[in-house]
Design a protein around this ligand. Structure first.
Ligand code: ADP
Ligand code: MN
Ligand code: MN
Ligand code: MN
Length: 339
């Protein structure tokens, strides 16, 4: 049979790598082959040496095209040596995963995002065309006109994620009007990254049909409006078994040099979002605490009560690269909990 494979990869546009995709028609039920693209058009190569290789690494049903069509997430490789392209952050996540495989890390990512009216205005769809809505309060988990916008898009996206077989766990309207969240997990580091990137692709793709722009901007509106994060919940086998490992993990994340290293990989414009207000700790301060949404790391109250479980790193931005975030956490926690 003939089917369509949508090849999806991340580009090299600074400061926040974005999603690209193109379609391949595959005949006679062949497997999706290695392919390539013009890297000079995606900030991944120069015009005189423009080829970048696409290597399929994760496939799932394409819920938008249906039938036997598929989505094909790819790693980017350099032609010739076939080594990871410098912008291929999945390769870093793979190496961290392999190194600390015995710790059986699990991640749950809470992807927040903002729907905008159009590309040029950069104005949230939940805001009146000119001027501001009423202050924050009624919008989080809101129901009804004047509280939420884009519900139909959110429902279509959720259905698509389920049909694609992604580990989507839930959705909610967020604190700022036009802001929403979906959660993916609990999955291994590379896997959660794959699912988040596919879910981002589906969101942007379905939003095309609704005329919304999806923004992963960490602080779309300055002032008294919540930013958008990608809270990263993480556990190792030992954290799922005892509370000492929970505290050891928090201490490891606060060890000298570690907060700066993590903040540097947690997304663009993080200092505008992690201000110490709006349920954040400041970007230049590290703290952890039970139930504390003003801390860098929150230990959920059930985790303290049960004496085991996971921690929530509240610092990553909505625009962070999930592969970079899970690689950082895997290396820091894996190293600390091995000794
Ligand atoms: P909140 O909004 O209260 O911060 P959410 O319900 O949005 O929390 O997200 C909780 C996240 O915690 C989910 O993504 C889930 O996968 C994750 N999670 C639950 N248990 C574990 C665990 N043992 N290890 C890692 N992540 C976990
Ligand atoms: Mn949440
Ligand atoms: Mn949230
Ligand atoms: Mn959270």
């Amino acid at each position: 049979m003939t089917y369509r494979a949508e090849y999806i990869w991340t580009d090299g546009v600074e400061p926040t790598y974005g999603i690209r995709s193109k379609t391949k028609i595959i005949r006679d039920d062949e497997e999706p082959p290695i392919w390539g693209f013009d890297g000079s058009s995606t900030s991944q190569a120069t015009g005189d040496n423009s080829d970048v290789v696409l290597k399929p690494v994760f496939t799932c049903p394409d819920p938008l095209r249906g039938q036997n069509n598929i989505l094909v997430l790819c790693e980017t490789l350099l032609p010739g040596e076939m080594s990871p392209h410098p912008t291929n952050t999945r390769a870093q996540a793979r190496m961290a995963d392999e190194k600390y495989v015995d710790h059986k890390l699990l991640f749950g990512l809470e992807q927040e995002y903002t729907l905008l009216r159009d590309v040029t205005a950069k104005w949230p769809a939940g805001f009146p065309e000119s001027g501001y809505p009423g202050p924050q309060g009624p919008y989080y988990c809101g129901v009804g006109v004047g509280r939420v916008v884009g519900r139909q898009l959110i429902e279509e996206h959720t259905t698509a994620c389920i049909q694609a077989g992604l580990g989507i766990e839930g959705t909610n309207a967020e604190v700022m009007p036009g802001q929403w969240e979906f959660q993916i997990g609990p999955l291994g580091g590379v896997e959660v990254g794959d699912h988040v990137w596919i879910a981002r692709y589906l969101l942007c793709r379905i939003a095309e049909d609704h005329g919304f722009v999806v923004s992963l901007d960490a602080k779309p509106i300055r002032g008294d409006w919540n930013g958008a994060g990608m809270h990263t919940n993480v556990s190792t086998q030992s954290m799922r078994e005892n509370y000492d490992a929970i505290i050891a993990a928090c201490e490891a994340l606060g060890a000298p040099g570690k907060p700066e290293e993590h903040i540097a990989g947690y997304g663009d414009g993080i200092e505008f979002r992690l201000t110490g207000a709006h349920e954040t700790q400041r970007y230049d301060t590290f703290s952890y605490g039970v139930s504390d949404r003003g801390a860098s790391i929150r230990i959920p109250w059930q985790v303290e009560q049960n004496g085991k479980g996971y921690i929530e790193d509240r610092r990553p931005n909505a625009n962070a690269d999930p592969y970079v975030v899970t690689a950082l956490l895997t290396n820091t926690l894996g190293e600390a909990l091995s000794s």
